[in-house]
Each structure stands twice: as C-alpha cells, then as structure tokens.
Design a protein around this ligand. Structure first.
Ligand code: TXA
Ligand code: MG
Length: 341
C-alpha cells in the first residue's frame, strides 16, 4: 500500500484536506493524525472491521484497549450511559485536552475497541486537526499512538512514516506535537477514581478537582495482580534499542556517577549517550532544561539515540512532581536498569 503524507496547518486546518481524510475513515480505513499529545492511528470506533486494522498495522496485542476520541459532548452519552458527576467536573476543567476518562461502556462500543473490557476510555483532544477530522468523519475515532507496538510514541510525522509507511493509506502531518507524552488516563468506573497512566494533565491538577485519587501501583513500577485495570501498562513500551540506565540521586552526585559510567562503558568499546540536565560530554548528549521541554522531546530523543547507534544511554532521574511523574513513568518503563548514584 502506498502511504500518502499530507501537510496540514495545525492552527487552521484546510477543510478540503480534512474531508479527504474523513472519507478514508468513513470507508473503514486508517488515518494517522496529530493530537496535542502524540500522533494517533485512527479508525471509525463503531466499526469493528476498521478497528481490527489498527491492531494489525501496529502489531498490538488484542487485550490492550484503545482510546475513543470525540469532538462533541453529544458523543459522550452514546459511548457510555453511566457517567458519574465527577466525570463532568473533570470534563469542565480539562476537555478538550490530554485527559482520558475510563467509564462503563454502552452497547454501541464494539468489544474489539475495549479489549473485551466492559469499560471504555474516552477523550476529547484539543488539536484542531484531530477534532475537525472527528467532526467531518461523523463518528468517534478509536486511536492508539501511531507507532508499531513496543516503539516510542510518535511526536512528528516522520516517526509515523518510520513505523507505518506502506501499512496505512494516509498520514496527516501537522508538525511536532505540543505535549510529547500521552494523555493522562483516569478510571472513573469504580467507586474510587484511579490514576492508570500519568500524562499531559498532572496528578496535582486532578487532585485539585477530585481530592483523593488512588494511584495504580504499576505507575511506580510495582508488580501487581490487578494489572488488568490498566491493561496497557503491563507491556514494556516506549523503549529505544539502546539500553537506558537510569541514574537516581541528587544532581551533582548523579552527574559524577554519569561521568564515571561513561568512562566505564567507553572502555568496553560501547557508544554512550547522555540524557541529562547538564552538558556532559559523551558520544551524543541531549540536555533537557525543563519538564515541558523534556516531555516534548523525550520520545524523539529515544529515536535519535537509536539513529546515532548509541548502545548505552545514561539518563538522570528528575523530580516526579507535575509532568515529572509522566516523564519518569515513561523513562522507568524504557529503562534496562536503575542505579543509585
Ligand atoms: O495521548 C493519548 O492518549 C494518545 C493520543 C493518540 O490520543 N493515545 C494513546 O493511546 O496513547 P494508546 O493506545 O497508546 O494508550 C491507551 C492507554 C493504554 O494504556 C490502555 O491500556 C488504556 O489507555 N486504556 C484504554 N482503554 C482502557 C480501559 N477500558 N480501561 C483501562 N485502560 C484503558
Ligand atoms: Mg501507545
């Protein structure tokens, strides 16, 4: 299959281009498109056959459910008929935006979308390309991140091309995504709200609205039997081919340790990269000045380390406050091992 790539202005998407993409969605085929978090791989969420194509193109395990994207509040009531009041409190504050709500699903949502669960994950993205594509398609769009399973989520169209070229008919290129890590996923289907995946909306922001929130133990890397509540989290994703070593500890100590480790691995003839907060000389150093930029560039850094054929990446642990929780969750999952400075 030939993959077409269309450039679209993210601030003011051309309606003719969006309609062409919507036609593909309506005909039961796939379109990759940017959201404010990462690029998604979309299909008509109410068409099981179309959704099956997502799983095939990504090589995604069938028990890992998809997020359904909507552009209009009217679609919420179609997808779930059991919406608690706290859902509306969160929606008012954070939609459109990088927050995904897990709710009891209605009968209209095909099982293939939810990986067999009786809940459905829903979000209204902020990206104009995404919302106009959904609106023009006239249907909610199921979309996981547009990467091959096990690869880092795409934050530029080129990443989607690397992973899915030849497998899908169209990629809408809206430039780099703003946030860079995926949406926050919160489960509202049980009595206590539970954070399933930290992301673009921070835990602190959610706590301000909800008060107490349970945190799924897997977020802090703990093994748990209740992994089924967050099916996607059990898969090791986000990883580059390079081995990431996460160095924990206060900045100056961690940087000293990183310098030591560079020498250690260089002696073994390995190519060593650094993902850090200070300019430390290595075969390929990426410095991250603040949390926002670190989130925006994290997945791109993973792919760049691979492109530079780096064997070992020494990454400095950052604070888990704010976006840091989501960033460290992705880094922790990608890490080959963690060491204390
Ligand atoms: O920012 C994002 O959320 C991006 C963009 C494209 O919107 N999408 C995304 O989708 O990251 P994906 O498929 O890569 O991640 C979806 C996550 C997985 O961890 C999955 O397990 C979880 O959402 N999820 C989906 N449905 C669920 C459900 N019913 N119960 C619990 N977790 C669910
Ligand atoms: Mg993903």
């Amino acid at each position: 299959m030939q993959t077409r790539i269309t450039r679209v202005n993210p601030k003011n998407p051309n309606i003719v281009q969006i309609r062409k993409a919507a036609k593909i969605i309506k005909s039961g085929n796939l379109v990759a498109f940017p959201t404010e978090t990462v690029y998604g791989l979309g299909a008509n969420a109410l068409d099981s056959k179309a959704v099956k194509k997502i799983f095939l193109a990504k090589g995604r395990p069938s028990d890992n459910p998809l997020i359904v994207h909507i552009s209009d509040m009217a679609d919420l009531g179609i997808l779930s008929d059991d919406i608690p009041k706290i859902a509306f409190d969160l929606i008012e504050r954070f939609w459109p935006g990088p927050l995904t709500l897990v709710l009891k699903k209605s009968n209209i949502v095909p099982r293939i979308v939810t990986g067999g669960l009786d809940t459905v994950a829903i979000r209204m993205p902020k990206s104009k390309i995404a919302t106009s594509l959904i609106a023009q398609s006239g249907t909610p769009i199921a979309a996981p991140s547009a990467n091959v399973a096990g690869r880092p989520s795409p934050t530029i169209a080129q990443h989607v091309i690397e992973d899915l070229s030849g497998k899908i008919p169209l990629i809408l290129d809206g430039g780099p995504t703003k946030i860079g890590i995926e949406s926050t996923v919160i489960d509202l289907s049980k009595k206590t709200p539970m954070l399933l995946r930290p992301g673009g909306i921070t835990l602190e922001q959610l706590q301000k609205v909800l008060g107490k929130i349970a945190i799924h133990p897997i977020i802090h890397g703990k093994k748990t039997r209740s992994a089924h509540r967050s099916p996607g989290m059990k898969y090791r994703h986000y990883s580059p081919k390079a081995k990431i070593i996460l160095v924990q500890g206060p900045t100056s100590k961690a940087n000293r340790k990183i310098i030591q480790l560079i020498q250690h691995y260089k002696k073994q003839g390995l190519c060593v990269g650094v993902l850090g907060t200070r300019n430390i000389s290595s075969d390929f150093t990426i410095i991250q000045k603040d949390q926002n930029r670190m989130a925006a560039n994290l997945f791109r850094s993973f792919r760049e380390f691979d492109a530079k054929k780096i064997d070992i990446v020494l990454a400095h642990e950052i604070s888990q406050k704010g976006l840091g929780l989501g960033i460290m969750n992705r880094l922790g999952k990608a890490a080959y091992k963690k060491i204390k400075a």
